[in-house]
Design a protein around this ligand. Structure first.
Ligand code: XIL
Length: 349
């Protein structure tokens, strides 16, 4: 028979293990209530808190369990991109995007559509030949309208044009810009709006978190588009941050100036990478950045939500794209919450 003292010791040891595993052991847990999820905490502020995901990961059950319970919004990391959805000209395939939409619907999660017009991850049939302006216009219109129609009522927002500007604020010389001129952006927004008049239409980019030449270019363009009555509803700030480049201190002011144009804003692809190895110090600094960016969004009325670019280091895109860097997300490779997770919770509480 166990004595009262060994029972106590066992309970203490169990609590230590649970704390180490990031499981709450406070009064809420003892009363049998799970701690509130990031989705619930954000919801109290009228915001969403979401994560990107990708089709190959969906067979990982512990991963999908957390994805389904902790987040209020999902973005497909690749499944709705042009190469995936129109692999041959005029032949559409929505199986990957549909899989993620169905999963999200089963968990009552909002879905952000990503992305309709982008210079990257285009199908070979599009990049391997030259197009006249008339041909490319028709191709672009058909792609946008077929995809937007397919997901009508299923996504709340679209990243219509992704990464349209260079760092210095000039237009990126993509096949669309070079063939159609800068008007392709307004056209893309109008075509998307025709196909789904209710969905929120965004322009989305990285390195626009701080006020500077690139975010100024968006500010000017957004102003012009609004003045012309083009259907633009929001700006997506990807927020792929890196500890070695410093925190974008003007983020909150920047979000606010777009709000004042009558636009929604959102942080759409957040991660905070670091040079590996991760140290306790770097993880603490990362946590502070997650806290600050969460607070910045909460401080601006029209910042509608935050999406992290997947939630666990196990499936982060960073190590493959930035060799030597990583550890960018709030959960580690074993799906254990990192200091960043607790910082986000505190910021939302
Ligand atoms: C990334 C995906 O996460 C990777 O799996 C893929 O190989 C490349 O694209 N900006 C964007 C996203 O808008 O679509 C990118 O996603 C990350 C940078």
């Amino acid at each position: 028979m166990r004595t009262a003292r060994t029972r106590l010791r066992l309970a203490g040891a169990l609590a230590t293990v649970l704390v180490a595993a990031g499981v709450a052991t406070g009064p809420a847990a003892q009363a049998g209530q799970a701690p509130p999820t990031l989705a619930e905490l954000a919801q109290r502020h009228g915001r969403y808190f979401g994560s990107a995901t990708d089709n190959p990961e969906l067979t990982d059950e512990p991963y999908t369990a957390l994805l389904g319970s902790e987040f209020g919004q999902i973005t497909p990391g690749n499944g709705m991109k042009w190469y995936a959805t129109e692999p041959q000209q005029g032949v559409f395939d929505f199986t990957q995007g549909d899989e993620i939409v169905n999963l999200a619907r089963a968990h009552r999660q909002k879905v952000r559509g990503h992305t309709l017009v982008w210079h990257s991850q285009l199908p070979d049939w599009l990049t391997s030949r030259d197009w006249t302006a008339a041909e490319l216009r028709a191709v672009l219109k058909k792609h946008i309208q077929t995809e937007v129609r397919h997901y009508r009522g299923k996504v709340f927002a679209w990243d219509v044009v992704n990464e349209a500007f260079n760092e210095d604020g000039t237009y990126r010389e993509t096949v669309f810009y070079k063939t159609l001129g800068p008007g392709y952006i307004a056209d893309a927004l109008r075509w998307a709006h025709q196909a789904d008049p209710r969905v929120k239409l965004y322009l989305n980019d990285y390195n626009i978190e701080a006020i500077g030449p690139k975010s100024d270019a968006y500010y000017q363009l957004a102003k012009e588009l609004k003045a012309k009555g083009v259907p633009l509803h929001g700006i997506g700030f990807q927020a792929h941050l890196a500890l070695q480049y410093g925190y974008p201190d003007t983020l909150e002011d920047n979000l606010r100036r777009f709000s004042r144009l009558g636009l929604d804003t959102s942080l759409t692809e957040v991660d905070v990478r670091m040079q590996l190895p991760a140290t306790e110090e770097k993880l603490a600094q990362q946590a502070e950045w997650y806290r600050e960016l969460t607070e910045a969004c909460l401080a601006v009325r029209r910042c509608v939500g935050i999406t992290i670019w997947d939630y666990t280091d196990k499936y982060s895109w960073i190590p493959a794209f930035f060799p030597g860097e990583g550890a960018a997300l709030p959960w580690d490779e074993q799906l254990r919450p990192k200091p960043a997770y607790y910082a986000i919770r505190e910021a939302l509480s």
